[in-house]
Structure formats: structure tokens, C-alpha cells
Design a protein around this ligand. Structure first.
Ligand code: NDP
Length: 486
């Protein structure tokens, strides 16, 4: 059933503390991926809209920078409080535009509040340092904001990733222009309104909706922007780096991964099965640190695979708003088509054995939704696309390995290096995996968890820079030194 226009939320871009439409009155339709229904529409912003937003961020800059870190932290804290109060409505909106089960949307909204609280919590401890230089004098070192930061958000975890960027950037005293993904702009807009209702002055955080090639590129090219923080695909990340380096902009690029999970013969099998299930099928597999390649020791492979297959077949797929749903649809037709092509090609080339799943779910009442069956593929060849590309959907390729050396060698056979996990009860195995697997984070008997305190980011083509923790705060500021010669 199509919605009538007056039922829409009528969300507009947020520039200088005001809701504004696009200058040329064009729109992007936001659809529910579980039903195909229109949820709302947002303005398709232009290059001029980006300039308006940068002007608004520039005008708000001096006032925001003048506030103490503690004053800025208190605003973040109030916003977190309001987000917790409104978490059910926010989560519902997120499910409507993104597709994930309500339970996961609630997790994500709470995760956003956790991040704001983390940065609010450390605000009082952010002070400068004094360096005593004996007879030469003394130096005072303080941190200053960079200025205006442009951030580009993806559609897979739009709320959490917004928190990773606005938390440290605002606490450090920057003003911002944020571009949400075109399929998931609504919750980001709501969160910006909540920040303003919590005391964030108008113009400190501006949101320009619109297409990546237009709004995203205009942000990256704008000479008034000092830093770009981007999360998304490798292709777009490389394009951004090319555009940004001509102006020497600071860059944080989080470009996804192809995380390996290694399960050794001494692992707690049930715990590892749980880890693989959640690690791969959470958010329908559309998570940068999802388990994207599984390496299981030969000695436990049969038991492990049998248990995992059974658990996968027990997952309830459906509209994320329905009770008890474990996995929703993919977010866009393009994303689903990518998965269909890769799995079909694997099947056609006989490059793996599909143990369960392996196709779209299109029977009533799912015929208009973008569902794909949770899929387990055994005996996958190392050079197959399931193993070599970032597969952003509910498909888990598995290879059995005779020993840790082989597991580590295969785990490192990737151009990415975001996360990795090893499942073992042997401390030496854990230590070797930590030392030898190329990844920004190595979990032992865990996968996916990234609390706000923990720095997060990749190696190789997974990107540059770190989100979260004090490292992210540093990346949104620079030192300035006062040298006092006595
Ligand atoms: P993109 O990198 O294209 O999109 C991410 C964000 O970048 C969106 O806001 C998008 O806007 C914007 N964008 C797109 N093109 C440009 C551009 N030229 N300049 C500036 N910003 C731009 O990813 P896709 O949506 O195409 O997804 C493709 C693949 O990328 C996925 O299958 C997955 O493998 C990977 N990915 C990884 C993510 C991660 O968490 N690491 C997140 C998302 C995707 P708009 O929505 O308007 O296009």
C-alpha cells in the first residue's frame, strides 16, 4: 500500500538550525526495503546547498570553539539522555528506512547514546599539557579543533556511524556538515534535531541530504572544509582520497573489510557457532566487521558445520517490525543484486557447495521486499569472489584448514585488514593470531563488538585513521604550542 503524501514525516535538510528544502525542489524517495513502500522523501541537495551548509558551519564556528570542552560535553550528555528516552521511536524509524530487525535497531540507537556519553564523560579530563624546558623556558601545548568537518555516512549502520563521527568531532570543538546515505537519511535528521533540542547551537551540525556524486563530492571538494571522515566502499573511498589530497584535507576513511574468523580444534564449539551466526547474519550481513570468511579446523569441521547449518535454518526472516524476526531484508536492490550475482557465479563455476540458502526470498508476503536467504557455502576455493571481495550480505563461505599456519595464511589472503577473530582456548594460539593476522582489531572468542572506548579502523585497503576512543578525538583536533622563553 502506498502512503499518502500527508502521512510522510516531511523531513528536510537541516542547515543553520532550520529545516530547508533543496534550492531546485528535487527529491529522493526513501523506501522501506521490507515492503517497497515509500516511508518519506528528502530534498536532493545540490552543490549550492553544500555551500549554504558550509557557510552556516563557518558562522557557528567561533561561538562553538569558545565553549569549554566541558560545556560541549554536557550538550552531548543531554542529547544521549533524550535519545534514550526516544529510543523506541528512533529505532522504529531506523527499521523502516534500513530494514534491520527492531531489536538490532534498538541496539544501534543505544550504541549511539553510549558513544555520546563516552565523549561527554571524558570531556572534563581534556586539558592541555605543560612541558618544562629548564633554562630555555616552558611550553604549553593545547588541542584546537580543525574547523569544519565534512562527514559522509553509509546506510548499513547510519546511527552508530553518525555517533562515531559527531561524538569526537563536536567534543573537540569542530562544526560539521553531514551527508547521510540516500537510502537512510531519516534517523540521521532526527538525531540532528535532538542534538539541537539538547543545546547544540544552530549551524554547529548541518545535514545536507542528496546523492553521493553531487553532495558528497561537493563536500570533499569544498575549500572551507578541513577534514573529511567517510565510511563506505573502497571505490568511493579512493575517489575521495584523490579529490581531498589536492587540498591537503585531513582524512579518516573506513572502507570495510573481509574479516576472517578462525575456529581451532580446541574451541568451545557452541560458543563459536553462536559467534559465526551473529557475526555473519546480524544486520543481514551488512556490517563492515561481519564475519566474511570462516576457517574451521578439520578435526571439528563436521560437527561445527552441522550445528551452524541447523542454526542458520532456524533464523526467522521477515519485516524488521514484526516480533521475533532475526534477519530483515537487504537495504537496496543494488545490494541484493550484488549478492545474487556472486552466489550464482559460485554455484555455476562449482566453486563451493551451497549447504543452505543460496537465493532470494520472494514468496508472499515477501515478494516486494529485498530479502535474501541466509546462505552457508562450504569448500569455497580461496580465489572465489566470496573469499576475495567484501560480500555485504547474508552469505558465509567456509574453508576447512589442517592447522593454525594454514588458517593464518588464508586469513591474510585479502586486500583488506579491518577485523579478525580466533576461537580457541589456547593462549599461545590467541597470541599468534593477534601477532600475525593483519587486522586493526583481533578478537579472541568474540567478533563484531566495538565499544566506544576501543579504537577501531583498518589496515591496507580497509582504510586510514581510527574511530572511537581518544584516538578519534585526536584526529578531530591538532596541537597548538605556546613557547614561553623566560
Ligand atoms: P558507497 O561508498 O557508494 O556509499 C557510502 C556513502 O558514500 C553514501 O552516503 C553515499 O551516498 C556516499 N557516496 C557515494 N558516492 C560518493 C562520491 N563519489 N563522493 C562522496 N560520497 C559518495 O557505498 P555503496 O552504497 O555503493 O555500497 C557498495 C559497497 O560498499 C557495499 O556492498 C559494501 O561492500 C561497501 N560498504 C561498506 C560499508 C562499511 O561499513 N565499511 C558501508 C557501506 C558500503 P549515496 O547514498 O547518496 O550514494
Amino acid at each position: 500500500m502506498e502512503r499518502y503524501e500527508d502521512e510522510w514525516l516531511n523531513m528536510l535538510m537541516r542547515i543553520g538550525g532550520t529545516d530547508v528544502g533543496s534550492l531546485d525542489d528535487s527529491w529522493i524517495n526513501v523506501k522501506n526495503p521490507a515492503t517497497g513502500e515509500q516511508v518519506d522523501r528528502v530534498p536532493a541537495g545540490s552543490t549550492d546547498d553544500v555551500s549554504r551548509a558550509v557557510d552556516a558551519a563557518g558562522a557557528a564556528s567561533a561561538g562553538w570553539k569558545k565553549k569549554t570542552v566541558r560545556e560541549r560535553g554536557i550538550i552531548l550528555f543531554h542529547a544521549a539522555e533524550k535519545v534514550r528516552e526516544q529510543h523506541k521511536e528512533l529505532a522504529r524509524l531506523l527499521t523502516l528506512e534500513q530494514g534491520k530487525p527492531l531489536r538490532e535497531a534498538i541496539d544501534e540507537v543505544r550504541g549511539y547514546a553510549n558513544i555520546l556519553e563516552f565523549y561527554a564523560g571524558i570531556s572534563a579530563s581534556q586539558q592541555g599539557e605543560m612541558v618544562r624546558l629548564g633554562t630555555s623556558g616552558d611550553a604549553l601545548v593545547v588541542r584546537e579543533p580543525l574547523g569544519i568537518c565534512g562527514v559522509i555516512i553509509p546506510w548499513n549502520m547510519p546511527v552508530l556511524i553518525m555517533g562515531w563521527k559527531v561524538g569526537p568531532a563536536l567534543l573537540a570543538g569542530n562544526t560539521m556538515v553531514l551527508k547521510p546515505a540516500s537510502t537512510t537519511p531519516l534517523t540521521n535528521l532526527r538525531l540532528a534535531q535532538i542534538l539541537e533540542a539538547s543545546g547544540l547551537p544552530p549551524g554547529v551540525l548541518n545535514i545536507v541530504t542528496g546523492q553521493g556524486e553531487i553532495v558528497g563530492e561537493a563536500l570533499v571538494k569544498h575549500p572551507g572544509i578541513q577534514k573529511i571522515s567517510f565510511t563506505g566502499s573502497c571505490t568511493t573511498g579512493l575517489r575521495i582520497r584523490e579529490l581531498a589530497t589536492s587540498q591537503l584535507k585531513e582524512l579518516t576513511l573506513e572502507l570495510g573489510g573481509s574479516d576472517p574468523m578462525i575456529v581451532m580444534d580446541d574451541a568451545d564449539i557452541d560458543k563459536a557457532v553462536d559467534g559465526a551466526l551473529r557475526g555473519r547474519f546480524y544486520n543481514a550481513g551488512q556490517t563492515c566487521t561481519a564475519v566474511k570468511r570462516l576457517f574451521v579446523h578439520d578435526a571439528i569441521a563436521d560437527t561445527f558445520m552441522q550445528k551452524l547449518k541447523q542454526r542458520i535454518e532456524g533464523l526467522k526472516i521477515g519485516n524488521g517490525l514484526e516480533a521475533g524476526v532475526d534477519m530483515g531484508p537487504l537495504n537496496s536492490p543494488v545490494q541484493r543484486e550484488r549478492i545474487v550475482q556472486i552466489v550464482d557465479a559460485t554455484r555455476d563455476a562449482d566453486a563451493g557447495t551451497i549447504l543452505t540458502g543460496g537465493g532470494v526470498l520472494n514468496e508472499t508476503p515477501y515478494d516486494r521486499g529485498l530479502f535474501y536467504r541466509p546462505t552457508l557455502v562450504a569448500d569455497v576455493m580461496p580465489e572465489n569472489r566470496l573469499m576475495s571481495e567484501e560480500v555485504f550480505g547474508p552469505v558465509l563461505p567456509v574453508m576447512t584448514v589442517p592447522d593454525l599456519d594454514t588458517a593464518i595464511r588464508e586469513a591474510n589472503r585479502t586486500r583488506y585488514g579491518l577485523g579478525a577473530s580466533v576461537w580457541t582456548t589456547n593462549l599461545h594460539t590467541a597470541k599468534r593470531a593477534f601477532d600475525e593476522v593483519h587486522a586493526g582489531i583481533v578478537w579472541v572468542n568474540r567478533h563484531l563488538t566495538v565499544p566506544p572506548e576501543v579504537p577501531f579502523g583498518g589496515m591496507n585497503e580497509s582504510g586510514i585513521g581510527r574511530e572511537n576512543g581518544l584516538h578519534a578525538l585526536d584526529s578531530y583536533s591538532r596541537t597548538k604550542t605556546l613557547f614561553l622563553g623566560w
